[in-house]
Design a protein around this ligand. Sequence first.
Ligand SMILES: [Zn+2]
Length: 487
Amino acid sequence: MIVQFLGAARTVTGSCHLLETPSGRLLLDCGMYQGSASLERRNSGTYWPDPTTLNYVLLSHAHIDHCGLIPRLVSQGFRGRILATSATIDLAKILLADSAHIQEEDAKYLRKRWAKHGHPGEPPEPLYTAAEAEHAMRVFRPVPYNEIIELDSRLAVRFHDAGHILGSAAIEVIVQEDQGERVLVFSGDLGTPNRPLLRNPSTLERADYLLTESTYGYRFHEPPEERSEKFLAIIHETADRGGRLIIPSFSVGRTQDLLYEINNFVEGGMLKPLPVYVDSPLAISATKIFEAHPECFDAATHELLTKGDDPFEFPGLQFTRTVEESKQINELPGPCIIISASGMCTAGRIRHHLKHALPQAKNTVLFVGFQARGTLGRRLREGENPVRIFGREVPVAATIRTMNAFSAHADQPGLLDWFAHFQPPPTFTACVHGEELAAFELATKIETQYKARTYVPHWQEEVDLGDEASLRRLAVEQRWDIEWDFD
Ligand SMILES: [Zn+2]
């Protein structure tokens, strides 16, 4: 088995790995890069293998940095099948349609500017159109959790609940090689245990090779019991000042977690109802999909739903669909909560809300998710002032807060706990989906605690998993890298 790291190598977005097996070539995820311009240039996919030679895409979950380039892959000739859970397929459908829409709009805007001001080179084209996104949905095939799916006599896969977002999976790839059976596990994105709504990530016991995410490989989240307290305190603090609480949030997953918490505050009498706006048409559709997949929820939520208590409905909650409604929110006086996408403030309505809210000291911006390098969210969190939004300088007087406890990603202890279930440890573990510091820190911890060989791959690097000598050489090189980075 040969693996090539085509994305999310020493960075968080663009998840994509090519796996060459005796029965064909598969991609693990086909995600979009988000963040700096140099990363986003990779979205053209020029480094891909010929899409017509690929047999399968195994999709871990519906976040755009994991599935965002699928329509491009299909329009460039991919004729295989895309396997994912049915909740992932439902979510991917709306997320890809939304992504296509954003790209079409961006390309239109740039073409207009280029025509007006002149620009050398070809006019920009969207990565894919809404029609291409829709067309790509035809090659998706649903797979259930926990069942071994035989793709042919030498290749089987099994999806396990990753507890990250609705439908998310860690994927086991079982390959019959000439030397015997080998199992590769791809973690996808791993959730934290004891989160509302979703089940805990499933643990797996066998892997010869492991590709594990490392987003928070160097961080410890606040304990979940402190999370509600802190969140409630931030809401009260902002409301007491008469301010708005702006929460940039991924439409899928995080928004529903936040609603679940606020629902508990309001129904438990801890919070006087105040206007809560979910200002993202995508979040509205995603919330509907959540309601349509009760099979993905944990026992507590399941019980709540069967009793008829909808956690996504409480006094004060309003969903806004149209741009007009969205604009009106900024005209309204008084305290309120605005939850809007995108989570890293790279696009969408959140940027309008920030433009209005940032200059006033009574407002709060609360970050509840990972902010990739180069994004507006990351710059705000790191204290940049003023920030540029829509080409204008916007002064930052609002309070900027961060709560990692809402993260849908396991922290360092969570990742190590999950790893500990593999007995014996995998012979090769690649730490992907993390910026260098996080990936190296996790790799080092796994090596020292479990005496397991780890590696932080480079973008486009190819590793022959069956070649013991080359794996050993990588481990030595890695030690050099670590010494350079940390000594
Ligand atoms: Zn994710």
